[in-house]
Write a new protein. Structure first.
Length: 293
């Protein structure tokens, strides 16, 4: 097993903060999350430059975990625990990952160390680091760093969404015929029951929308919706760490998120539709209903 690059030591920059009035706690959390996500993103870059790392199979050949996933998650959680020992933690690779439901009122950090592990393992740039925060079971903060794209997306509740510090907004497209849609096929044996249904659904939407793309990273796809570079994203088989940070970012960018049956979003459920507005989301929900018939 290779070792973690020595240059990565947790730090938080304090650029002249002695001259700045005391921040709201949520702003403090955001600064911490952005710093950690950027450092973790740089770790992804460095491991890709090194060109080798250990890759293991989890549930099946299409469900991978690398040593880098584990190291990044440990890096993030160690830093957060040092600063906030009273907080809770949910992570894909380690802490409470097997019990991935949001059930605590205490501040709970939700981390996907590498969203798009398959892409990362194949040296594809479409991967990201995702850090979300829930307080009293409500998602209030999201940071997603896309290191190969040079973009860090961030949002806090009622604070708007940003990319590299600049405000972002969803598109105004409200017709499927004019929309660029994103999704990823739910691979793996656990999703075999969806095969016929998914085929019908993809056929229905693919031939109706203006364009269809599959990135292979839920977080990257949802950030593209948030900044107006895509108009909607839908997916089955997600976990809370896939959606937590991105939900806040899309929501604060003016987007609309629901489940495939049209119900209000619940982070403990395993599917979503994220769109630039409710009209486009409703049209996709209707396609889901038609595919079930």
């Amino acid at each position: 097993m290779t070792s973690t690059p020595d240059s990565f030591v947790f730090h938080i920059s304090h650029n002249n903060k002695s001259n700045v009035p005391k921040m709201d706690k949520l702003d403090e959390y955001l600064d911490v999350a952005i710093d950690l996500a950027k450092q973790a993103g740089q770790m992804i870059i460095e491991w890709h430059r090194k060109g080798s790392f250990e890759v293991n199979i989890k549930s099946n050949i299409k469900d991978l975990v690398t040593e880098v996933d584990v190291k990044i998650e440990r890096f993030i959680f160690d830093a957060l625990k040092q600063r906030y020992p009273e907080h809770r933690f949910i992570g894909e690779e380690s802490v409470d990952g097997s019990n991935a439901h949001l059930t605590w009122d205490e501040p709970t950090w939700i981390v996907d160390p590498i969203d798009g592990t398959m892409n990362f393992a194949h040296f594809s740039p479409w991967c990201s680091v995702s850090i979300g925060l829930a307080i009293k079971q409500k998602l209030v903060l999201g940071v997603i760093d896309c290191p190969h794209l040079g973009r860090t997306y961030s949002a806090i509740k009622n604070g708007g969404a940003h990319c590299n510090g600049k405000p972002i907004r969803v598109s105004s497209i409200n017709e499927l015929e004019k929309a660029l849609i994103q999704s990823d096929l739910p691979f793996g044996s656990s999703h075999s029951k969806f095969q016929n249904y998914t085929t019908k659904l993809f056929d229905s939407i693919h031939w109706k929308c203006q364009g269809f793309r599959s990135v292979g990273s839920c977080c990257v796809s949802l950030c593209l919706v948030a900044e107006g570079a895509a108009d909607a994203y839908f997916m089955h088989g997600l976990k809370i760490w896939d959606m937590a940070a991105a939900y806040v970012i899309v929501n604060e960018a003016g987007g609309f998120i629901c489940h495939i049956n049209g119900e209000d979003f619940d982070p403990n459920k395993r599917n979503l539709i994220a769109a630039c507005n409710s009209k486009l989301a409703t049209e996709i929900v209707d396609r889901f209903r038609d595919a079930k018939q």
